[in-house]
Ligand binder design. Sequence first.
Ligand SMILES: *Cc1c(COP(=O)(O)O)cnc(C)c1O
Length: 383
Amino acid sequence: MRATVAAIHLSNLRHNLREIRSHLDAECAAAGRKPPAVCVAVKADAYGHGAGAVARVAVEEGITHLGVATVDEGAELRDAGIAVPILLYGPPASFEYEKLVQYQLSPFVASIEYGRSLSLVAQRLDMAVAVHLKVDTGMGRYGCTPEAAPEIARQLSALPRLVLAGTATHFPLSDGPDNGATEQQWQSLQQVAQKIRAAGVDPGLVHAANSGAIVAHPHTWGDMVRPGISVYGYYPSTEQERPIELKPVMELGSRLSFVKRVPKGATVSYGMTWTAPRETVIGTVPAGYADGINRGLSSRGEVLVHEAATGRAHRVPIVGRVCMDQFMVDLGPESQARVEDRVVLFGPDPAGPSAEDIAVTLGTIPYEVTCWVSRRVPRVFRD
Ligand SMILES: *Cc1c(COP(=O)(O)O)cnc(C)c1O
């Protein structure tokens, strides 16, 4: 174990899952309808948090479905003993079909050809495969057209060993101002589901809502919602109201590895881009861009330093360029910080930066910030 670790606060994960659940339940009770099932996205190693542990806690908390992007991600969860339905959000390569069926993943299918191939593999393996018809209502990424969907559903449902378990779409604008686009997409999916029913076929679970729609578009929740980022404690964008209390789950921390006093005019790091404007104390942090500390934070980011000597915690600026394995902070002329004092790069403590603060600084989204944290950083699970 090294000094730089990502603490994964499973208690905050549980908190977020419960807050999302009660938000869904309260709204549905008020509207007099059945609350939706929840499918938690654990793709990309659970947005960097560790898919195995997140999946285990989610299932403990009553989550009935999980979502992954690749066949390998789904297979890893099965190998770890996860038994709930695992939706495969992305289309795999044809050489992965056998593994997909073997591991009992539930893929998003958008063509009859793909369905036919899966049906043949399932027959050969003497297994069944549950699929969700993926309809492209405006995301422009993956899915059949709403016009083609009812006929594809009819043909899929007739294939041996293939079960139509759901009909789904995805929203590109649900987390901000959308001029009614999300509403139109939901209407389009509803119409598809109705036509499928009219043809005597069960469309299965009708679902669309990501975190943005869970927050802002309650009547698009359908039979199941598919949160990702909100489970990890962040809103998908800064352009929404925040009705659910979310707590960041990941805390990326380290410890000062070196502390020195420098005179005015001293320079720090590659390119000598930062010069001390006064005498000050510089701390070195043993984490760099190979750990997921984006180089764009050079002389722009901040960290929270806990001074053991004084018991004080304060934010200090990153100075000079972020290196591959280390970066420096300006602790200030009065600093009492010492080697091994704790440094928080981002996390749930409001005194320090959050992944959202970093995303805003870098012009990106919190999803990317937690996904950056690389394999070199041990995940330490706290419950
Ligand atoms: C990643 C993903 C989600 C979750 O999205 P968030 O914005 O993280 O809530 C839902 N559905 C699909 C198809 C996805 O790929």
